[in-house]
Design a protein around this ligand. Structure first.
Ligand SMILES: Cc1cc2nc3c(=O)[nH]c(=O)nc-3n(C[C@H](O)[C@H](O)[C@H](O)COP(=O)(O)OP(=O)(O)OC[C@H]3O[C@@H](n4cnc5c(N)ncnc54)[C@H](O)[C@@H]3O)c2cc1C
Length: 404
């Protein structure tokens, strides 16, 4: 890669000129599951475009698709520096963390050239149409139908929990193209234009009050033949690539750090005159930081595997499981530091209520991208070598399975 010090300097300079620094050291990381106003979207688009213009988007993606063609060391430097700033680019997470690596691995040359540069320039927003009302953890049991016809494909079914579905231009979609084979073998993976006829989107409100996700209805939606990713029936291997990258990405979100909690304890003491953090609590803060650093080391190993084309392995599950647990602990510690003030929410609460929002947001980490239980199953089967649960109908033609 280029000289690391020189690269760090370039990143620092760009960040200082282009993004707001975190307002105070006692704020939690901004939640990635909030809905954005039109104005916030425009700011995010402009910043993503500026990032691409500065040669800092898609650091490990090949230059031919608009990336910087650098190694994961450059990405690490960028992430370290960017942790000090509120970049506000969460709207592009699906595109950059999920779609990009998936198309780089499985896409055709035309698909890579058509979609990847536009992703890095923030020109198109993407969503992920995987989960259905009857298929979440057992995603391979989904029943959205893909029928082949002379013009390509026609899709009918319902998706749910679609993050950013109401704003998306494009989607990655998995649907069943063959009901006569076992469930993992009859799936196909597509790129869908969300502005196609037959797509309707209804936002869903979550417990923070935001409508970050939506349900999406697909009524005989046409998809041109060139929009299939990999061959018909090979969708499951593509899905696995997407989900592995999603787990690495969720685990790589900025987490709650000891220094934020210590600053929060200090500012709380200045505000109230009381010390809310006793020795036992500080001990827990230190343990959190030790686990944070161990996770960061694992993150670097995963990032190297992804950048070298090996793809995220089952360790992505350890990663996501641990990150979700650390956020739960971090939020719990923050609320204990706030004491009775932790009960108030909204702008009048300490740190503008950011910790309360963070607390209400954190449970999503234990569900999205595969629940804690599913990560444990993967770790048990694929890392520890324990016997798999083979009673899940994986050898039976999908049309013969009892569903509903
Ligand atoms: C904030 C948020 C954003 C999301 N965004 C998207 C998105 O953009 N696109 C998308 O497609 N999906 C999205 N999801 C959906 C997410 O992937 C699913 O919620 C998740 O996979 C779980 O599926 P489910 O909700 O159907 O729960 P279920 O699968 O019904 O699980 C219910 C409970 O049963 C447990 N369980 C199920 N099977 C097993 C098993 N074999 N062993 C042990 N326990 C089991 C689960 O752990 C869980 O506790 C999002 C979810 C959230 C919370």
């Amino acid at each position: 890669m280029t000289n690391p010090d020189e690269f760090r300097g370039r990143v620092r300079e760009w960040l200082a000129a282009s993004a707001p620094r975190r307002i105070a050291g006692d704020l939690p990381p901004a939640p990635s599951v909030k809905d954005l106003s039109d104005e916030e979207f425009e700011t995010a688009r402009a910043r993503q475009r500026a990032l691409a213009d500065a040669g800092l988007a898609g650091l490990t993606w090949p230059a031919v698709y608009g990336g910087a063609g650098l190694d994961d060391g450059a990405q690490r430097i960028f992430d370290e520096e960017a942790a000090e700033y509120d970049l506000g680019l969460e709207a592009f997470n699906v595109a950059i963390d999920l779609v990009g690596p998936t198309l780089l691995t499985h896409g055709t040359e035309e698909q890579k050239r058509r979609y990847l540069p536009a992703i890095l320039r923030g020109e198109e927003l993407w969503c992920q149409l995987f989960s259905e009302p009857g298929a979440g953890s057992d995603l391979a049991s989904l029943s959205t139908r893909a029928e082949h016809d002379s013009d390509g494909w026609r899709i009918s079914g319902q998706k749910v929990w679609t993050s950013g579905g109401q704003h998306a231009d494009l989607a990655i979609l998995v649907a069943r193209s063959d009901f006569s084979v076992p469930k993992h073998r009859g799936l196909s993976y597509f790129v869908l234009d969300m502005h196609s006829p037959g797509v309707s989107v209804r936002p869903l409100r979550q417990m923070t009050g935001d409508a970050h996700f939506a349900e999406v209805f697909l009524d005989d939606v046409p998809i041109p033949p060139e929009n299939i990713v990999a061959r018909p029936g090979d969708g499951w291997s593509v899905v696995r690539t997407t989900l592995g990258n999603e787990r690495v990405a969720i685990g790589g979100d900025p987490g709650i750090e000891a220094r934020q909690l210590i600053t929060l304890a200090r500012s709380q003491r200045e505000r109230t005159g009381r010390v809310q953090a006793d020795a036992a609590l500080l001990d827990e803060v230190a343990t959190l930081e030790v686990r944070n650093r161990a996770l960061a080391a694992l993150a670097r190993r995963s990032a190297r595997a992804v950048a070298s084309g090996a793809g995220p392995g089952p360790e992505a599950s350890i990663f996501k499981l641990e990150f979700a647990d650390l956020q739960r602990i971090g939020n719990d510690l923050a609320l204990r530091i706030l004491g009775a003030d932790g009960l108030s929410a909204g702008a009048d609460a300490p740190a503008g209520g950011a910790w309360q929002t963070s607390l209400l947001t954190a449970p999503y980490l234990r569900i999205a991208g595969g629940t804690d239980e599913i990560q444990r199953n993967i770790i048990a089967e694929r890392i520890l070598g324990l016997p798999a649960d083979r009673n899940d109908g994986r050898d039976v033609p999908f049309s013969d399975l009892a569903r509903g």
